[in-house]
Design a protein around this ligand. Structure first.
Ligand SMILES: Cc1cc2nc3c(=O)[nH]c(=O)nc-3n(C[C@H](O)[C@H](O)[C@H](O)COP(=O)(O)O)c2cc1C
Length: 212
């Protein structure tokens, strides 16, 4: 079977990106674009593709950015999941935000650091109770015999933690992606897109234009 998609063509015409308009700080630039993605109605602007790898496999999935500052970009997950196993072998990662409504993408590469238990607890405590129980109930990335099994694990966690605060699972928490490179991509007409990459050089962010 062959499904031919070559006639799908989108012309990128919304706007351009000029060197003079960029903040000298990539986190400030990211903040501006993030706010513009929110304003433009991007569904889940905090959804980002996270690529990880080990010696035998490269793997990618969506996770949610929960906060960021000038140190890095934080997401939360199960520490026994496939991604976490790969991160233990190889902490190098890539992130991608496809904000296509704005004809934009942001590409980030760097390495992860595990958050402290205290910091993970702070976020875990802020989650709705059902999400906290969901974290307890799912052995993320392991085989599951049926959906019923998952629901019954959820119910048994609900019974177990029926009184008081739900504790932070020791297999659940956050990672911070510390970036080395952050690229901002703006689609332009005739595939002559604007790309600017920030990279760290002697502790300072340098900005270069890249060919599209
Ligand atoms: C919109 C969206 C948001 C998601 N957010 C998260 C998240 O923040 N953390 C997480 O562990 N999984 C999240 N997932 C599920 C992951 O994509 C993935 O299925 C899960 O983490 C297991 O990945 P792994 O087996 O590669 O480790 C999200 C999925 C989608 C589609």
């Amino acid at each position: 079977m062959k499904v031919d998609l070559t006639s799908i063509r989108h012309g990128f015409t919304q706007s351009g990106l000029n060197r003079a308009d960029l903040s000298s700080n990539p986190f400030e630039q990211f903040k501006l674009w993030f706010e513009q993605a929110q304003e433009a109605g991007v569904i889940e602007p905090s959804a980002m593709s996270l690529a990880t790898s080990d010696d035998s496999e490269i793997s990618i999935r969506t996770v949610l950015l929960k906060y960021f500052d000038s140190h890095g970009f934080v997401f939360f997950t199960n520490y026994n999941s496939q991604k976490s196993k790969q991160l233990q072998t190889n902490p190098n990662v890539a992130l991608l935000f496809p904000w296509l409504v704005l004809e934009r993408q942001v590409k980030i590469s760097g390495h992860v650091e595990k958050l402290s238990t205290l910091e993970s607890l702070k976020y875990f405590s802020s989650r709705p109770k059902a999400s906290q129980l969901g974290a307890w109930a799912s052995q993320q990335s392991s085989n599951l015999s049926s959906r019923q099994m998952l629901l019954s694990q959820f119910e048994s966690m609900k019974a177990k933690f029926s009184k008081g605060e739900i504790p932070l699972p020791d297999f659940w928490g956050g990672y911070c992606v510390i970036p080395l490179k952050i690229e901002f991509w703006q689609g332009r007409e005739n595939r002559l897109h604007d790309r600017f990459i920030y990279h760290l050089s002697e502790d300072k962010w340098k900005i270069e234009r890249l060919a599209p």
